[in-house]
Design a protein around this ligand. Structure first.
Ligand SMILES: [Zn+2]
Length: 68
C-alpha cells in the first residue's frame, strides 16, 4: 500500500507538520496549521524548502509511475 505521498512542511511557529497542496507550494494558496492555527503562505523566492519538497514529491510520483 502506498501512503504518505502528500508533501509536508513544518510550521515555523509550533513545528507541526502541515500537509500542503501544490497550490500552496506554488504560492497560490495558504496552508493552515492545525497545531496553532497560523496561516502560511509559501514564498518560493525566500524559502527554498518547498522546492525541495516538490522535488521529493515528484520523485515519489515517478516511483508510482514505475519510471525507476
Ligand atoms: Zn503551528
Amino acid at each position: 500500500m502506498y501512503q504518505g505521498s502528500s508533501p509536508k512542511i513544518s510550521c515555523p511557529h509550533c513545528q507541526t507538520p502541515i500537509v500542503v497542496s501544490l497550490d500552496v507550494l506554488f504560492g497560490a494558496a495558504q496552508a493552515l496549521c492545525n497545531g496553532c492555527g497560523s496561516t502560511l503562505k509559501v514564498n518560493q523566492e525566500k524559502n527554498r524548502e518547498p522546492l525541495q519538497l516538490l522535488e521529493e514529491f515528484m520523485t515519489e510520483v515517478n516511483k508510482i509511475k514505475g519510471i525507476n
